[in-house]
Design a protein around this ligand. Structure first.
Ligand SMILES: Nc1ncnc2c1ncn2[C@@H]1O[C@H](COP(=O)(O)OP(=O)(O)OP(=O)(O)O)[C@@H](O)[C@H]1O
Ligand SMILES: [Mg+2]
Length: 353
C-alpha cells in the first residue's frame, strides 16, 4: 500500500494545456474519485500517475518514490480501463494470470494468486470459461481480477463501469467498494458520474478544464460547495440556481419575487437551493406546476417561479395538474448564495438529513 502525491502537475499537448497545475494528496488506503465533465482531464491525470503519459512539469510520488521517470511496470500500480479488452483466446484463469506469467512468477504462486482473486470476485466456477462465454459484469470482474492478482500498491480505475447497464453498474459499484474495504488498497477511480463519485469515494476531487475545483468528502462537497460549478455538478437532481439580487428586503429574483435568505449587502447573486430542500408550505411563495413525476418513493415537481424553473423533490406523494399553483418554501439553512464571480458567499450549511 502507498500514498500518492501529485504536486503541481502539468500536461501540455503542444499548445493545448490538458492539465494546468494540479496538486492532490491521496492517503494510504484511501478511495479517491476524480470526477468532472468530459474532456476535463481525468483520464490524462490518471494516465500521468500510471506512467502511460509523460508529464510536462511537476512531480508525482507513489509511496516513497518520485516516479516521474519510472516506467509504468515499475510503479507498483494496476490499472483497469473502460475498455478492458480481455484476451479472447485465453480462459478466465489465463487472462487473470497473464501479467504474472510475463513476470516469470512460478506456476504454483500464479495459481494461488488467481485462485485467491477468483474467490474474492466470485469467479471460481468460471475460471475455465472464455471471455465470450461471460456476461458483461463477469468480464468486468475478470478485468478487476487481472489487477488484483498483481497485488499492487495502488489501483487505478478509468470509468470501469461505463459499458455496463444501469442495474449492473449499481451492483458492481458496491462490489468495488466492498473489495476496497476488504483489500484496503489505495485507489484512484475516474468517473463522470457524480452518483458513482458520491457513493464510492472517501474523497472526491472535482475537476474542470484541467484544474481542480474542489476536493473533500462527498458530504463536504454536497453541503459546502466552493462555487457554482461544484454546486451544480454534485447532487442529482441538480441544485436550483435562481438569478437575482440582494436588496434591502432580502433576495429578489430577476422577476422581483422575494425569497427568504440571510441579509447581505446589495449585489447581483445567484440563489442556490437543492430540490430536496424545498417544502410545500401554505405560507410559502407561489409557483406554477409544470409537471409532477411520481417515482414511487418520492415526487419530483418541476415548477415555474416567475420566469425561472425550479425542481423540487418531496418525500410525500402530491398531485398537481399542470398550471396549478402551489406554495413552497426553502429550508432556511440550506440556501446557498453565490457572488458574481461564482464563488459561494454564504456560510450556511445544508442540514445533513
Ligand atoms: N494525445 C492527446 N493529444 C492532444 N490532446 C489530447 C490528447 N489526449 C487528451 N487530449 C485532450 O486533453 C483533454 C483532456 O482529455 P481526457 O481524456 O483527460 O478527458 P476526460 O476528463 O478523461 O474526459 P472523458 O470523461 O470524456 O473521458 C481533452 O480536451 C482531450 O481532447
Ligand atoms: Mg476519460
Amino acid at each position: 500500500m502507498a500514498h500518492v502525491s501529485v504536486n503541481n502537475a502539468r500536461k501540455d499537448y503542444g499548445a493545448f494545456k490538458a492539465i494546468k497545475g494540479v496538486s492532490v494528496d491521496i492517503g494510504d488506503g484511501e478511495f479517491v474519485v476524480l470526477v468532472g465533465p468530459s474532456g476535463c482531464g481525468k483520464s490524462t491525470l490518471l494516465r500521468m500517475i500510471a506512467g502511460l503519459e509523460g508529464i510536462t512539469s511537476g512531480q508525482i510520488q507513489i509511496g516513497k518514490h518520485i516516479v516521474n521517470e519510472l516506467a509504468p511496470k515499475d510503479r507498483d500500480i494496476a490499472m483497469v480501463f473502460q475498455n478492458y479488452a480481455l484476451y479472447p483466446h485465453m480462459t478466465v484463469a489465463k487472462n487473470m494470470g497473464f501479467s504474472l506469467r510475463l513476470k516469470r512468477m512460478p506456476r504454483t504462486e500464479i495459481d494461488q494468486r488467481v485462485g485467491n482473486a477468483a474467490k474474492i470476485l466470485g469467479l471460481e466456477s468460471l475460471l475455465e470459461r472464455y471471455p465470450k462465454q461471460l456476461s458483461g459484469g463477469q468480464r468486468q470482474r475478470v478485468a478487476m481480477g487481472r489487477a488484483i492478482v498483481r497485488d499492487p500498491a495502488v489501483f487505478l480505475f478509468d470509468e470501469p463501469l461505463s459499458n455496463l447497464d444501469a442495474k449492473l453498474r449499481v451492483q458492481m459499484r458496491s462490489e468495488i467498494k466492498e473489495l476496497h474495504q476488504r483489500l484496503q488498497t489505495t485507489t484512484i477511480y475516474v468517473t463522470h458520474d457524480q452518483i458513482e463519485a458520491m457513493t464510492m469515494a472517501d474523497k472526491i476531487v472535482v475537476m474542470k478544464d484541467g484544474l481542480i475545483e474542489q476536493s473533500g468528502s462527498p458530504l463536504e462537497l454536497y453541503d459546502r460547495p466552493n462555487n457554482l460549478f461544484v454546486a451544480g455538478f454534485i447532487g442529482s437532481p441538480a441544485m436550483n440556481f435562481i438569478s437575482g439580487n440582494m436588496t434591502e428586503d432580502g433576495f429578489r429574483t430577476a422577476d422581483g419575487l422575494l425569497l427568504p435568505s440571510e441579509r447581505r449587502p446589495p449585489e447581483a447573486v445567484t440563489y442556490g437551493i437543492r430540490p430536496e430542500h424545498l417544502r410545500l408550505d401554505p405560507g410559502g411563495i407561489e409557483v406554477t406546476t409544470v409537471v409532477v413525476e411520481p417515482t414511487g418513493s418520492e415526487t419530483l415537481l418541476i415548477a415555474r417561479l416567475g420566469t425561472q424553473t425550479l425542481t423540487c423533490v418531496f418525500r410525500d406523494r402530491i398531485r398537481a395538474a399542470p398550471g396549478e399553483v402551489l406554495r413552497i418554501a426553502p429550508i432556511h439553512d440550506a440556501v446557498h448564495l453565490f457572488a458574481g464571480d461564482e464563488q459561494r458567499i454564504t456560510s450556511g450549511e445544508a442540514p445533513l438529513n
